[in-house]
Design a protein around this ligand. Structure first.
Ligand code: SAJ
Length: 433
């Protein structure tokens, strides 16, 4: 049965609503608008909606010019009014799925979105969840909630899951050239969701149900989480043995098959890698299993900020200086290079630890003008020779492009490099992770 909705999707006439216009939802909304769809961009954040309606972009990887063009030609309609959901034929949920303080899945944003959909759900609508979550969420949580209005999933309306694969600041792999995985609760749901993504991505990989798609996403990110932990542990062991881990990884990476380089760092930040694997380990415990790899990896990655603080303390000690009262200049607080996001950044943990030990900490990050994590709040300082010379220790936590690392190596009394930004530089003042 070729549903009317499938025709409208393939003709790009279907009205689409995207819920959540962050680093996942906005690139999707822009891609759909550029493909010719009319897109309601719904976000509860009025300030963000106003910014978008003014033709600006709150997401670094989305050009304001693209937003402005779509808003002016009526393809993208930013709004904070959930009523628009009732006018859509396809609704895509792209809201955050963080962890609670007890490291358990927090589906609050998603459940709010579902409640706003269910009261406006009409026969023939397609609902797609993109937010990363544990296997079973679409079928066991979304489906019954959406059916509370009396419509039957898979028959009266359609339901699927398709994980986002946005890699912030990645200019090589972007929305329009990254394949999609799609899983519907039944054949028609999968086919409709696949038809939608076929309009905006090069390859759609249709799987048999939402749980496979949910699990594929968790495998993707757990793969990174575990391998980052492996190389962090290797770094600790190599340091104990006086071996340069960076040289080791570079050498191993010459193998053209069966190896993928990961690099040590001050810990794992962002809203995905430190979080998504915890969704999986939480779920498997319901089956009396323990995802030991994930839990061990989290333990290793979570310890890295403390190891960096100890590295700084030991390096100062070698110069006869206590950490207490030392002037520490942090270079980079974003969770990874060339992004403006400091959420879950390990740099915030390192700063918190140093402050608790009595150090005086300032930071420079051209991408992040101010940070606060509840225990401290500070603004980025201008990076000058004077600031470098006045620091007892400079510590590189995020290896942003465009910074003058050679000058830092030259002027710093002591510099701790957790990102190999000083590769090729030598000096007794340089300490590497
Ligand atoms: N990190 C390391 N060593 C590494 C790689 C990363 O310490 O070798 C650290 C980074 O500095 C950062 C954290 O891990 O603090 C996460 O970095 P990331 O690039 O792995 O993760 P995200 O959250 O920026 O983006 C990832 C995507 N990244 C890649 O595929 C390269 C992808 O997994 C997902 O599309 C995205 O998460 C998501 O939204 O799930």
């Amino acid at each position: 049965m070729k549903s009317q909705l499938e025709d409208r999707i393939r003709e790009r006439q279907a009205r689409v609503a995207v819920i959540g216009l962050g680093y996942v939802g906005l690139p999707l909304a822009v891609a759909l608008g550029q493909a010719g769809f009319t897109v309601f961009g719904y976000d509860c954040n009025q300030a963000k909606v106003a910014l978008l309606a003014g033709g600006d972009s709150p997401v670094g990887d989305v050009a304001a010019a693209h937003v402005a063009e779509l808003v002016s030609n009526g393809r993208l309609l930013p709004t904070a009014d959930p009523e628009v959901l009732g006018q859509a034929e396809v609704v895509i949920i792209c809201v955050p799925t963080p962890l609670t303080k007890r490291k358990q899945p927090d589906l609050g944003h998603m459940l709010t979105a579902v409640r706003e959909i269910v009261v406006r759900l009409r026969p023939g609508m397609l609902v797609i969840l993109e937010s990363t979550t544990y296997p079973g969420t679409t079928d066991e949580v979304l489906r019954p909630l959406l059916e509370e209005g009396g419509l039957r999933a898979g028959e009266d309306f359609f339901l699927a899951f398709s994980p986002e694969r946005i890699d912030p600041a990645n200019t090589k792999f972007i929305f329009s050239n990254t394949p999609r995985v799609v899983g519907g609760i039944n054949e028609i749901s999968g086919r409709l969701a696949a038809a939608l993504y076929e309009q905006v991505t090069p390859q759609v990989h249709l799987v048999s149900n939402p749980a496979v798609a949910e699990m594929a996403k968790l495998l993707e990110n757990t793969f990174r989480h575990v391998n980052i932990a492996l190389v962090n542990e290797m770094a600790i062991l190599c340091r104990a043995m006086g071996i340069d881990i960076w040289e080791v990884v570079e050498a191993a990476a010459t193998k053209p098959f069966g190896f993928m380089p990961f690099y040590p760092g001050p810990g794992v930040g962002g809203h995905c890698i430190p979080i998504d694997p915890q969704y999986f380990s939480w779920k498997v415990r319901q089956y009396d299993h323990h995802a030991r790899f994930i839990e061990l990896a989290a333990e290793i990655n979570d310890r890295m900020p403390y190891r960096v603080a100890n590295l700084i303390s030991d390096a100062l000690n070698d110069q006869g200086k206590p950490l207490r009262g030392a002037n520490i200049l942090v270079i980079g607080v974003a969770y990874k290079k060339d992004v403006t996001d400091a959420r879950e950044s390990p740099a915030l943990k390192v700063i918190e630890i140093l402050l608790k030990k009595g150090a005086r900490v300032s930071y420079h990050d051209p991408f992040v003008p101010m940070v606060s994590n509840g225990t401290f709040e500070c603004k980025s300082v201008t990076l000058t020779d004077e600031v470098l010379l006045a620091s007892d220790c400079v510590v590189i936590l995020t290896n942003h492009s465009g910074l003058d690392y050679a000058n830092m190596a030259r002027l710093s009394r002591l510099i701790v490099d957790t990102r190999n930004s000083l590769k090729g530089h030598k000096g007794d003042n340089i300490v590497r992770i």
